[in-house]
Design a protein around this ligand. Structure first.
Ligand code: PAF
Length: 287
């Protein structure tokens, strides 16, 4: 295994298993932070949470091909492993798992983990039909490889968090899933590796997502609990921005992702909006 300062770098499943076995034999707990790399403060907040709650933190850096559909940004997805190692080490990660595609998927791999109700087909699943099958498959493989006590995911990918919680329940993984808050830039834009695709004009236009959330929260605070009223106001605000094109702006049950008519505590209000060619997501949970 290679090292970066105090952090181990594993490229094989066997190396991860051997190290985790050693830690567990010593009675240590292990937290997993799955990532696709090109880390930002959203990711490092997950590492911080894992380091606070577990003795050892394993982060994975793997751009998972099975969760990208044809024509999506698999090849263009930003990568900078050296920079990622610096950030992970700084935030207390003990081991980074950085496998090749060949290490993760045999050439004839044909087994997937898929939730067969329509939860993964809601929201992002409408335009990304195979996405959550790929996410569940790779996360399930990472759970089997790392066998963590806890795994940490960002609330920014709200649908992913709900889908993973369901998979963990359905497949009886004895792993606690910890959801961590969205981290935003000072001006409100939710941190995302895909923000790097935005030019200066698009970066400004992208603020319309968090502005629409602020508007929705204000309408709710003023007593509006009708989902369609609030969603219509959010869509109207977003449509005023010439560079923005709405994929969806929806209010759904925070557990099964079915559309709702009333905005109750726990309702997930989520959106995907194209800014130029870049598809951005954001959300909040109604209080
Ligand atoms: O959220 C992500 O970055 C990815 O979907 C994940 C969970 C690392 C699986 O590839």
């Amino acid at each position: 295994m290679n090292t970066y300062k105090n952090m181990l770098i594993a490229e094989t499943i066997a190396d991860v298993r051997a190290q985790v076995r050693e830690w567990k034999a010593a009675g240590l707990t292990v937290g997993l932070v799955p990532t696709m790399g090109y880390l930002h403060e959203g990711h490092t907040s997950l590492v911080d949470a894992a380091a606070a709650q577990c003795d050892k933190v394993v982060a994975s850096v793997f751009v998972n091909p099975t969760q990208f559909g044809p024509g999506e940004d698999l090849e263009a997805y930003p990568r900078d492993f050296d920079r990622d190692c610096g950030l992970l080490e700084e935030h207390g990660c003990s081991l980074v798992f950085h496998p090749s595609v060949e290490e993760m998927y045999a050439p004839d791999a044909a087994t997937y983990v898929e939730i067969l109700d329509d939860m993964p087909k809601q929201l992002c699943g409408k335009t990304r039909p195979i996405h959550f099958r790929g996410v569940c498959t790779v996360v399930s493989k990472l759970f089997n490889i790392v066998t963590p006590d806890k795994a940490f995911f960002g609330q920014k990918d709200a649908q992913q968090l709900v889908v993973i919680r369901r998979m963990v329940r359905d497949m009886s993984y004895g792993i606690e899933i910890v959801g961590c808050p969205i981290i935003r830039e000072e001006d409100g834009l939710a941190k995302s590796s895909r923000n790097t695709y935005l030019n200066a004009e698009e970066r400004q236009a992208a603020l319309v997502l968090s502005r629409s959330i602020a508007l929705a929260k204000k309408l709710i605070a003023d007593g509006n609990r009708n989902a369609e009223v609030v969603l219509t106001a959010m869509r109207a605000l977003i449509e005023e921005e010439p560079l923005a094109k709405i994929d969806y702006v929806s209010a759904v049950d925070g557990y099964n992702l079915q559309p709702v008519e009333g905005l109750e505590p726990g309702t997930l209000v989520a959106m995907a909006v194209y800014i130029g060619k870049t598809r951005l997501i954001d959300n909040f949970i109604v209080e």
